[in-house]
Design a protein around this ligand. Structure first.
Ligand code: 5GP
Length: 114
């Protein structure tokens, strides 16, 4: 199967503005930012979407969320707050089939989302 754009970013085949990396996850700025701060954090393991995660992925999923909070803090969002979004499937608005969590901040977020 061909690589998703996020696999290509993980493998350094296409450039991205990386803000955090460790053994399990990579965080980089969204190329089409929807907020003053818009970062994507992705597991390095190929999990197409949350619905396809399995119990063996529990550690990486927990790590992803903990690191999302840490990255948000590093980007100066801890005090003002931020939103984490995971789009799953067509109705969820998923466009890249590699699990990713959006970190959005730097402005107040509306609710409910569109
Ligand atoms: P989704 O709609 O799947 O939840 O989010 C995919 C996100 O990936 C979108 O916000 C889109 O702007 C971002 N994106 C798509 N292609 C690239 C790319 O090549 N580089 C970066 N940095 N972000 C991308």
């Amino acid at each position: 199967m061909s690589k998703s754009v996020f696999e290509k970013i993980i493998d350094r085949e296409i450039p991205a503005a990386i803000v955090y990396e460790d053994d399990l996850v990579l965080a980089f700025r969204d190329v089409n930012a929807k907020a003053p701060v818009h970062v994507l954090i992705v597991p390095k393991k190929i999990i197409p979407r949350l619905a396809e995660a399995v119990p063996a992925d529990s550690q990486v999923l927990g790590h992803l969320l903990l690191k999302a909070a840490e990255v948000a803090g590093r980007l100066g969002l801890a005090k003002t707050g931020y939103r984490l979004v995971i789009n799953n499937g067509p109705d969820g608005g998923e466009t890249v089939p590699h699990l990713h969590c959006h970190i959005l901040g730097g402005r107040p977020m509306a609710w409910p989302p569109g």
